[in-house]
Design a protein around this ligand. Structure first.
Ligand code: FES
Ligand SMILES: [Fe+2]
Length: 303
């Protein structure tokens, strides 16, 4: 029987955030796990980034032990060298290479032959990338948390003005929400700047990216969560906070309020999700998490 992609160890073909752009300097090589696969990301002396499988197509040395020379990555073992597109000019076999993109101040890798979709656009916003965090839960439990409508009231004390409706999109599931601040006790303070309700959109993309877009009055809440699967079933998670470009340096107040919001939302989710022994069979047809699971199971995995 085919292994399910959902909660599986073979990563689906998607964009994965590997590092912030600043964390990959010229002439640097970074190794990174995508589930049980290892890849290397490198930047040559001209500033161009490339990514290949970590294990050399010759005898399998780990290319993250190599170096950058004349624009290429060189294996430490027998010195085969590979261009950023994986082409080998010194041996008979090319390395499998992957598309790389720099966006929102981060380097993303697509673990398939060519990208099937783009990284979410965040028009006229600039990003602040938070430090990586290891969460002891599979990305497929973390990414769709905003689709689990039921837990908003039981875990976060958030109530909706009307029942949220799910929409299946190419490679993602979306939901529009209207948060009733009068009924949501823990967030009543937000009425001071947001009025009686907050309209928010939550959506997933490719199984490892999720986005919240909301404005609580004048306070922007635009957040992207990314999770990269590790071989032991945990995730390396990075959060990007977005602020309107016109706010050249987002004020301490905005950062504080978005940080506070994230802290309260994410803290309780992580505490529970790190201990969950997930029972996928109890999901009901049509609910957000079931739509997410079914979509993930139809996606291509890494070769
Ligand atoms: S193992 Fe890489 S060149 Fe031989
Ligand atoms: Fe949550």
């Amino acid at each position: 029987m085919r292994e399910e992609n959902f909660l599986g160890t073979s990563p689906i073909q998607s964009w994965y955030l590997i590092a912030s752009s600043r964390e990959l300097r010229k002439n640097q090589i970074l190794g990174a796990q995508l589930g049980r696969h290892k890849v290397v990301l490198f930047r040559n002396e001209h500033g161009i980034a490339g990514a290949t499988d970590a294990y050399c197509p010759h005898l399998g040395a780990d290319l993250s032990d190599g170096c950058i020379t004349q624009g290429k990555i060189r294996c430490a073992f027998h010195h085969w060298t590979f261009r950023v597109d994986g082409k080998c000019e010194t041996g008979e076999r090319n390395a499998t290479s992957y598309p790389v993109m720099e966006k929102h101040g981060a380097i993303w890798l697509f673990n398939g032959p060519s990208p099937l979709f783009g990284i979410p656009e965040m028009d006229q916003m600039h990003a602040t990338i938070l430090k990586p965090r290891v969460i002891r839960a599979h990305p497929h439990l973390l990414t769709p948390n905003g689709l689990d409508i039921e837990h908003f009231s039981s875990v976060h004390g958030i109530h909706f003005s009307k029942q949220p409706v799910f929409k299946t999109e190419p490679f993602g599931i979306a939901v529009d929400m209207e948060i009733d601040l009068n009924a949501s006790k823990s967030f009543r303070m937000a009425r001071l700047f947001a009025g009686n309700q907050i309209r928010a959109k939550f959506y997933t993309l490719g199984g490892h990216i999720s986005v919240i877009r909301a404005n609580a009055g004048a306070v922007p809440l635009h957040v992207m969560f990314t999770h990269r699967p590790q071989p032991d079933g945990t995730s390396i998670s990075r959060t990007l906070l977005f602020f309107p470009e016109k706010m050249k340096a987002p004020s301490t107040l905005y950062r504080f309020l978005s940080g506070l919001f994230l802290y309260f939302i994410v803290r309780d989710d992580v505490r529970l999700l790190e201990k969950v022994q997930f029972r996928s069979e109890n999901l009901k047809t049509g609910e957000g998490l079931a739509l997410f699971r079914d979509q993930i199971n139809q996606m291509e995995t890494m070769a």
